[in-house]
Design a protein around this ligand. Sequence first.
Ligand SMILES: [Zn+2]
Ligand SMILES: [Zn+2]
Length: 201
Amino acid sequence: MDAMDMQCLLLFLKDGQGDRYYAGQVDGIWGSRSRSALRAFQSDWPGLTPTGEGDADTFDALRQAVAGGMPHREEAAEEDSFWDHITYFNREEFRCKCGGRYCGGFPAEPKEALVRIADQLRKNLGGPITVVSGLRCWQHNAAVGGVENSQHMYGEAADIYAAGCTQAQVEAELDAIGGVRYHYPIAGSSNVHFDIPKGGR
Ligand SMILES: [Zn+2]
Ligand SMILES: [Zn+2]
């Protein structure tokens, strides 16, 4: 990787991130400041190892970050707390399934109300639930044929699979729990989509 290219990309990223990714002057010299800026970036970007040295994956991620922005680091930290009260799920399970192609995995945070319903559902049904589709960046949403402005893009919807349960059982349980806006069986699968009212927590 060319040190100057990398410093340029870090400089572009710097906007809106304070000095976290400030790599010093674009001079092609890979000094300690460049190294610590890159290390900060690598630790913020899912799946990278914070080495402070450029490699092909880091370079790709940098270009993605410059084009599409960073995953929301501050928001993630703020909303961490409710996860402490969730028994059966973790944030990773709601990650966008584009695999890092278009986003860092969390174009938005999973909403607390959504996760709490999923958690209660898991408890009531007594068996494992797979989050088939949680968050979606708009590119991934388009790729899987999601409706425009799908609530999956805002952390307000999940498609789930509950082993050993029919779709009707899952939907009946969702009704019993409450707080769900819509739910429906996903045709051609055993999965159920559910979502919460727009713009809530
Ligand atoms: Zn994505
Ligand atoms: Zn869905």
